[in-house]
Design a protein around this ligand. Structure first.
Ligand code: SF4
Length: 265
């Protein structure tokens, strides 16, 4: 891979949208760890990795980045609705790896959100809740970075089935790199076992995909891992990886929120 792909420190340029599409096709044959090397070569200090501390995939990437010494900023979103176990696990991981991880929080506290939108917004309007508590903080986290590394896999959901290895993320204005896009859940588990990667302890209690406490339930044996997310609702994505929820289903709420943001300026 050396010198084959653009290098921002060398050329001052990073791949544009069309170039990313071409590179992504080439990266289909490249191992995940080498995709990280390419991303580091290409984006230099402009590279950031998001880890939720809920799923195994983010932990695999965190371990890979640490193991290979990839120069990469790492951030996580704390919505204020995380399980206590997840927060504790995050602190243990930070101590174990000795890595700095930036914790991004929403502009609105849980109490302020309840005052403005009522209690349990996650029940009444989870897309709006996710926008306030995830999408907006993520936008701030990615500002100034050229590329965002994510642990999403094609096999996780229908919406993720077409995930490119590298592509342009319109909503956040960054390149999005998914080194594990082709991986199966078995491959993820193999990596975890091989390198003894720590996982969220809730996984041992029947939770398979772990997000915010109000929107996550345990799944039964044989049930899809993500069946426990927003169970009983049409919603399957928080909006971080799919623009459908917020932008297409909630134009009125978006307008209202933008007005609120304007008022706060
Ligand atoms: S997952 Fe639930 S609680 Fe968390 S931000 Fe989304 S709607 Fe709110």
């Amino acid at each position: 891979m050396e010198n084959r792909l653009p290098h921002n420190e060398r050329s001052g340029q990073v791949p544009g949208r069309d170039e990313l599409a071409r590179i992504s096709r080439e990266l289909e044959e490249v191992a995940a760890a080498e995709i990280l090397d390419w991303a580091s070569e290409t984006y230099g200090d402009g590279l950031t990795l998001s880890v939720s501390f809920g799923g195994a995939e983010g932990m695999v990437l965190l371990d890979m980045v640490w193991r290979r010494g990839v120069n990469c900023h790492v951030f996580t979103l704390d919505t204020g609705f995380l399980f206590g176990e997840t927060v504790k696990f995050r602190e243990e991981v930070v101590a174990r790896y000795g890595m700095e991880i930036e914790v991004m929080r929403p502009g609105l506290s849980v109490a302020d959100q309840a005052r403005q939108f009522g209690d349990a917004l996650y029940d009444k309007n989870p897309d709006l809740c996710c926008y306030i508590r995830k999408v907006e903080p993520q936008r701030r986290a990615l500002a100034g970075y050229g590329a965002w590394i994510s642990g999403i896999r094609r096999g996780q959901t229908e919406q993720r089935a077409g995930t490119p290895i590298a592509g342009w993320e319109e909503d956040f204005g960054v390149a999005k790199i998914a080194p594990l896009a082709r991986w199966t859940s078995e491959q993820v588990q193999e990596y975890v076992d091989r390198y003894e990667v720590p996982l969220n302890p809730l996984r041992g209690q029947g939770y398979k995909s772990i997000g915010c406490e109000p929107c996550t339930r345990k799944v039964a044996a044989g049930e899809d891992a993500r069946a426990g997310r927003w169970s009983g609702q049409e919603k399957t994505e928080c909006g971080l990886h799919s623009r459908s929820t917020w932008l297409t289903r909630l134009p009125a709420e978006k307008t209202r929120l933008l007005e609120l943001e304007e008022d706060e300026k």
